[in-house]
Design a protein around this ligand. Structure first.
Ligand SMILES: [Zn+2]
Length: 385
């Protein structure tokens, strides 16, 4: 299986499969064929509703040492929708080369990483058939969607079976300017709130007979915008609070609305907890005398992997293959790393340059595909031989 450009070819094969979330489009079947040939036991785990099933894959190859460690590669085969097709220079599901770049939906996020992981595992096994420890692969087709029938369910199952993970590399596109400049050793938490402030609807010319909820909530919002929630720490930037939507009004220009709905979100560091943030928001709203309902959704707790055997091995592999010393970062959105961190002490995310993810004309530097595969294989060699 190991040949020059094997990772590029597999990337192209995955790109050709339509796998807009939560559809897998046959990506995992293709990977199962490849991994079985390399001695992996593969288990397809389907969760979710019958009309929109989520395909997940758990693949495992045990090494010869009884007490070896388990390193897992994790990722997702689903991609985000293309957006307007006419704005793409070429069909997003037909891999296309232009000026040294490979174009297609999922090139950067994250079919290149998956192909690189699979080929890295194939090459590693061919070179070290009696390797130490074990290699796992955890793939889902529900990362870009609600993420309720994907990695989180597989992690629950692995925990129930008593499977112990030691290291996990998530192939999210973490690089910024060049492959290998940034790896993520954690992510902030996410906590969303939906606030409904009640007033009294009325004629705009008779404000004394109404109560304008927009006017009532505005000073509270101004106060919330100004709060320093925490200052972050060595590993995390400060907690941020942002309003994403405000809805009020009937559409008519002469009606004071009866209510206003405000959606907001925290990205929080380990210096704050969901409860402390909820308490502080509640206190502000009460101090402003508002009549309100507030519902909360905890999207994910923060996680952090301190410098250790996994980050050392991965950083050494990146430096050996690219000459770069990667910086550790915890910025950006959430990822499935938040679920894996609950069953694995060391979780690091590393993948291609993320400049075009989720965009029209998503692309990846063709030359970086082979390098990414070599970094993953080098990391396996450092930890499992
Ligand atoms: Zn992704």
């Amino acid at each position: 299986m190991s040949s020059m450009f094997a990772a590029l070819r597999l990337t192209e094969e995955l790109l050709s499969r339509h796998s807009v979330t939560p559809v897998d489009g046959g990506c995992q079947d293709l990977i199962v064929q490849r991994l079985r040939a390399a001695g992996f036991e593969c288990e397809s785990l389907v969760f979710g509703p019958a009309d929109a099933p989520v395909a997940n894959l758990w693949a495992l190859r045990r090494g010869s040492a009884a007490n070896g460690e388990l390193l897992v590669f994790a990722g997702h085969t689903d991609v985000v929708p293309t957006g307007p097709l006419e704005q793409w220079r070429t069909d997003p599901f037909v891999p296309s080369h232009r000026d040294g770049m490979l174009y297609g939906r999922g090139t950067a996020d994250m079919k290149t990483s998956i192909a690189a992981m699979v080929v890295a595992a194939e090459e590693f096994v061919a070179r070290h058939p009696n390797h130490a420890g074990s290699i796992g692969l955890l793939l889902t087709s529900d990362e870009e969607g609600p993420a309720i029938d994907g990695t989180v369910k597989v992690c629950d199952l692995l925990r129930a079976r008593g499977v112990r993970l030691d290291h996990c590399i998530v192939g999210e596109p973490t690089s910024v300017d060049r492959l290998g400049d940034i790896i993520k050793n954690g992510r902030r938490g996410t906590l969303s709130g939906k606030l409904t402030v009640k007033g009294v609807q009325g004629h705009i010319a008779y404000p004394h007979l109404a109560k304008n909820p927009i006017h009532l909530v505005a000073p509270a919002l101004a106060e919330l915008v100004g709060i320093e929630w925490d200052r972050g720490n060595t590993h995390f930037p400060p907690t941020s609070w942002q309003v994403s939507n405000i809805h009020a009004g009937t559409g008519a220009g002469n009606v004071i609305p009866g209510r206003v709905v405000v959606d907001f979100n925290f990205r929080f560091s380990t210096e704050s907890t969901p409860q402390s943030l909820k308490d502080r928001v509640q206190a502000v709203l009460l101090r402003h005398g508002l009549d309100f309902d507030l519902t909360w959704t905890l999207g994910g707790e923060p996680f952090l992997t301190l410098v250790g055997s996994l980050s050392n091995a991965l950083c050494a592999a990146i430096e050996a293959q690219t000459g770069l010393k990667p910086a550790l970062s915890t910025t950006g959105g959430t990822s499935d790393g938040r679920f894996i961190a609950k069953i694995c002490p060391q979780v690091i995310e590393f993948g291609p340059v993320n400049a075009t993810i989720h965009k029209i004309d998503e692309c990846v530097d063709v030359a970086s595909i082979e390098v990414l595969k070599n970094i993953y294989r080098d990391t396996l060699e450092r930890l499992l031989t």
